[in-house]
Design a protein around this ligand. Structure first.
Ligand code: FEO
Ligand code: CA
Ligand code: CA
Ligand code: CA
Length: 736
C-alpha cells in the first residue's frame, strides 16, 4: 500500500520504514572504497567471473511445450499513461468490478451502503485489496486445479485509507482523529484487515463473486492463528493470550502472496510493526535487555505511537494487545503483551479450501516485512525453494530451502496443512549477498555461522531466535542492502527469480546520515523532479533477477529493468531505454502467468503520479546476462568519479514490454490471479482516492476519486478498493 516516495497527506509514513542501521552496507562500502582507490580490492570491477558463471547449471524448465513459444503475446495496443479516474485497458479488453470494500460475504449481510454506517465487517470484503491467488473448484465444489470457470480467490486486505489515525472512509464523519479511539471504530478497523476467501464463477459469459457461498470466509486482525516452526513455544512468543507461546491473534498488513504446490495460500505480513505502541520508558522497564535491540531493529523504538491507536479502544484484551510495552510483573511476559509484536511478521499458510482449518504462521521462513513467497520449480526428490523479500529501505532478499524432499504425491494430499507442516516448518533460511561481478552468494542464517553466534549487537540463543530476529542475523552476515525488495516471482520458462525493488530515497552519490552509496545491484542515485519537488535516490525503482547456481549457495544476477520516465537521461536513469508506451515508476506487484509466460509488473508509485496514475505492464523477459554490462559514471560533489559497472537486461522493445492497464486516481495496482486457461485475470485496485483529505469525507465533490461508483458499481461515492476481472472480448488469453 501507499509506498509513496513522498507522503504529502501523512505526517508519518508507516509503509516506508527505515530501521536498518546496521553498519554493513557491505558492497556499497566495498565498492565505494574501491572506486575511491582506498583499498579493499577483492577483484576487478567489470570483469565477469567467467569461471564461476561457467559452472552454473542452466535451470531452464521450459522446452518445446514452453507456453511462451506458442502464445502470441503482447499483441494488444499499448495503453497510454492516464490521469483519469477510471481503469483503462487495451482496446478489445473488458475490465469489470467484481468485489469491493464492504461487499457482503455471507447470507443475511445487508448490501453495502458506503456511507460510513455499515457494520459486520468480519462478514464483508476488507479494505486495501492486495496480493491474490486462484484456487479452482470443480462442479462438486471441491478443489480442481484445471477448473477455469469456478474457483476461490484468496485476497489480502492489507490496510486502510488513513490520514490521521482513523480509517476515514469507513466512518460516517471520518472517525475520531484523536486518542482515545472509540471501541466501535477500532472494531471496524481491525475487521477490515486480514484475508478474504470468496467464491467466484463465470455464468452466461460474466464473472461474479458468490455473496452467499458457504466457502467464503474472512481472517481479521483478531482471528486465532497457530505459531508453527522453530519459534513455536519460544520464550519470545509468550503472551497473556498464549502463555505457551503457541498461538497469536490475527494477521496484519498482508501484502504479497504465494501458492504452495499442495494447494494452500501463503500470505506475507508486511508493515505490521506500525500497529503497535511502546511506552516512553519501556527500554528501562525491560532492563534494556536484548528485546530492546530487537524492537528497534523492527521499527519500534520506545515511545513509538501506533498507526491507529487501537490500544486505546478500551480495557478489553483485544485492545490492550496492541500495547507492546512491558506493563506486567511477570518474568516471562505471560501477564502482558511485551512479546506481542513477535507474533507478527511471518508468512502465514491458509487452507483456502477449508475454513475449518486454523491458519499457521510459518516461522521457519523468517520474520520481516514480508511480501510475496514464490516457489522455485518443485522437483521430485529435491528440496523446495521459496524466495522472499523484506520491504523496507536497505533490507534484504531471502531464500528458504525445505529439509523435506519433494514427493509428488503431496501435491494432492487430503490434509494440506499437514503437508505444510512437512515442508515449511523445517529447513534452511538464506540471505542474499550480491557481488559486483554478477555473481552472488546465499548465506545460511544459522548459529553454526560464527558471524551470527559471535554477533556483538545481539546475542542469538537458538534457531528460534534467528527465526524471530531474522533481520539481525542477516545484518550479522553482511547481507546486501537493497532498494526495498517488494514482490518476487519465478519465471516458469527458466526458473529465474525476479524481484521488484520499488524505490529508495537513501541512495546517494554523496551520502550523509543514513544514506549509502549505490552499488552494482542497486546502481542508481539521481534526482527526479515532480513538479517543483525533488525526488532523490532511486525514486523510480528497478527489477533484479537471479539465476540459481550449481550449489544451493550460489547464484548469478543482473538488473533486468530500470523504472524511469521515457524522457530521462539514458546513461544514468532511463538505462532500459523505455518509450512512452513502457515507462513506469516504482514497480511493486509482480506475477508470472503460467498460461502465457507474461511477466506482469504493477506499480505503487508516488514519483511519476504527476504524469500518470499507477499502472500494470506486460513483459516478456529474456534471461540473466542477456544485456551485457553497463557503466554508470557519476561525478561526486568533490569532483571525483564514481563508476559503477552492472550487468543489465537487454533493452526493452515493443515486443517485450508494453503498458496494459492504468488505474483510477490515487490507486495502486496490486495482486494478480489468473484462471489456468489464461482467459481471465483478476487484479486489485488498492486505495483509489487515498489522496483525499479527511476533512472532505462529507463532500463527494472533493474526493480525489469516486471509483468504482463512477464505473457503475455499488452505492455511495466514497472510493473503494476492489478486485476487477479482465477478459478479452474475443475470448482469448489475456495479454495476447
Ligand atoms: Fe505492500 Fe511493500 O507493498
Ligand atoms: Ca503494495
Ligand atoms: Ca509497495
Ligand atoms: Ca518526474
Amino acid at each position: 500500500m501507499n509506498h509513496r516516495v513522498d507522503a504529502p497527506e501523512q505526517a508519518i509514513d508507516f509503509n516506508n520504514e527505515n530501521s536498518n542501521t546496521s553498519a554493513n552496507p557491505t558492497f556499497d562500502a566495498v565498492l565505494g572504497a574501491r572506486l575511491s582507490r582506498r583499498g579493499l580490492l577483492r577483484g576487478s570491477v567489470g570483469t565477469v567471473g567467467t569461471a564461476v558463471l561457467g559452472g552454473l547449471g542452466v535451470t531452464a524448465c521450459g522446452g518445446s511445450d514452453d507456453p511462451v513459444a506458442e502464445a502470441k503475446v503482447l499483441g494488444f495496443g499499448a495503453v497510454a499513461k492516464s490521469l483519469a479516474d477510471t481503469v483503462v485497458v487495451p482496446a478489445g479488453y473488458t475490465a469489470s468490478v467484481l468485489f469491493a470494500l464492504g461487499d457482503p460475504m455471507a447470507a443475511g449481510v445487508a448490501a453495502y451502503k458506503n456511507d460510513g454506517t455499515d457494520g459486520d465487517f468480519d462478514k464483508r470484503a476488507g479494505d486495501h485489496h492486495d496480493g491474490m491467488e486462484w484456487f479452482g473448484l470443480g462442479a462438486d465444489g471441491k478443489r480442481n486445479d484445471s477448473a477455469t470457470e469456478r474457483g476461490l480467490l484468496a485476497i489480502n486486505h492489507e490496510a486502510t485509507t488513513d490520514e490521521k489515525l482513523s480509517s476515514f472512509f469507513l466512518h460516517a464523519n471520518g472517525g475520531t482523529s484523536t486518542l482515545p479511539r472509540p471501541a466501535s471504530e477500532v472494531d471496524k478497523e481491525t475487521a477490515i484487515h486480514g484475508v478474504a476467501v470468496i467464491e467466484v464463477a463465470k455464468s452466461a459469459g460474466k464473472w461474479a463473486y458468490v455473496p452467499g457461498s458457504s466457502q467464503n470466509f474472512r481472517l481479521t486482525a483478531l482471528s486465532p492463528i497457530e505459531i508453527a516452526g522453530p519459534a513455536r513455544g519460544h520464550a519470545q512468543l509468550i503472551t497473556k493470550y498464549s502463555p505457551t507461546g503457541t498461538m497469536t491473534r490475527g494477521t496484519l498488513n498482508n501484502c504479497g502472496t504465494g501458492k504452495t504446490p499442495w494447494g494452500t495460500f501463503l500470505t506475507g505480513e508486511e508493515n505490521w510493526f506500525g500497529y503497535f505502541t511502546r511506552g516512553a520508558a519501556d527500554d528501562a522497564a525491560r532492563g534494556n535487555d536484548k528485546s530492546v535491540t530487537s524492537l528497534k531493529r523492527y521499527g519500534r523504538s520506545q515511545g513509538a505511537a501506533s498507526r491507529h491507536g487501537w490500544e486505546t479502544g478500551g480495557a478489553d484484551d483485544k485492545y490492550q494487545r496492541w500495547n507492546n510495552s512491558k506493563t506486567g510483573a511477570s518474568a516471562n511476559g505471560s501477564d502482558d503483551y511485551r512479546n506481542e509484536m513477535n507474533g507478527m511478521g511471518y508468512i502465514v499458510e491458509i487452507d483456502a479450501y477449508d475454513k475449518t482449518r486454523m491458519a499457521k504462521k510459518r516461522t521457519a521462513l523468517g520474520r520481516f516485512a514480508h511480501e510475496s513467497a514464490a516457489f522455485g520449480k518443485a522437483v521430485v526428490g529435491q528440496p523446495l525453494s521459496i524466495y522472499m523479500g523484506d520491504d523496507s529501505r536497505g533490507e534484504y532478499i531471502y531464500k528458504f530451502v525445505s529439509t523435506a524432499l519433494w514427493n509428488a504425491a503431496d501435491a494432492n494430499a487430503a490434509d494440506r496443512m499437514a503437508v505444510g507442516d512437512k515442508y515449511l516448518d523445517s529447513g534452511k533460511l538464506y540471505v542474499a549477498k550480491f557481488n559486483a561481478d554478477g555473481t552472488g552468494t546465499w548465506v545460511e542464517l544459522a548459529l553454526a555461522n560464527t558471524a551470527i553466534s559471535g554477533y556483538a549487537t545481539y546475542k542469538f540463543a537458538d534457531a528460534a531466535d534467528i527465526a524471530i530476529n531474522t533481520r539481525l542475523a542477516a545484518d550479522a552476515v553482511g547481507a546486501t542492502k537493497m532498494d526495498r525488495p517488494e514482490w518476487n516471482a519465478v519465471n516458469p520458462a527458466n526458473g529465474e527469480i525476479y524481484f521488484t525493488l520499488t524505490n529508495n530515497s537513501n541512495r546517494s552519490i554523496d551520502p550523509t546520515g543514513s544514506q549509502y552509496l549505490p552499488d552494482a545491484s542497486n546502481p542508481r542515485a539521481y534526482t527526479d523532479m515532480k513538479g517543483t519537488s525533488k525526488q532523490n535516490g532511486n525514486p523510480n525503482g528497478h527489477l533484479v533477477r537471479l539465476k540459481e547456481g550449481a550449489s544451493v549457495s550460489s547464484f548469478s544476477w543482473d538488473v533486468y529493468l530500470f523504472g524511469a520516465e521515457a524522457g530521462a537521461d539514458k546513461s544514468l536513469v532511463n538505462i532500459s531505454a523505455l518509450t512512452a508506451d513502457q515507462d513506469f515508476s516504482s514497480p511493486d506487484g509482480l506475477v508470472f502467468s503460467k498460461a502465457t509466460g507474461i511477466c506482469w509488473i504493477q506499480t505503487d508509485d508516488g514519483a511519476y503520479t504527476d504524469v500518470s496514475n499507477c499502472m500494470m505492464l506486460a513483459a516478456v523477459p529474456g534471461q540473466v546476462g542477456d544485456g551485457g554490462k553497463k557503466t554508470l559514471s557519476y561525478t561526486k560533489a568533490d569532483g571525483s568519479k564514481l563508476d559503477i559497472v552492472t550487468p543489465v537486461g537487454k533493452a526493452a522493445t515493443e515486443s517485450t514490454l508494453k503498458r496494459f492497464l492504468v488505474g483510477p486516481k490515487g490507486s495502486e495496482i496490486t495482486g494478480l490471479a489468473e484462471t489456468p486457461d489464461g482467459k481471465a485475470i483478476f487484479v486489485n485496485i488498492q486505495h483509489p482516492g487515498e489522496g483525499t483529505a479527511m476533512a472532505n469525507v462529507g463532500d463527494a465533490t472533493k474526493y480525489q476519486s469516486q471509483w468504482p461508483s463512477n464505473a457503475g458499481y455499488g452505492a455511495g461515492k466514497r472510493p473503494r478498493s476492489a478486485t476487477i476481472v479482465i477478459t478479452k472480448n474475443d475470448g482469448g488469453k489475456i495479454g495476447t
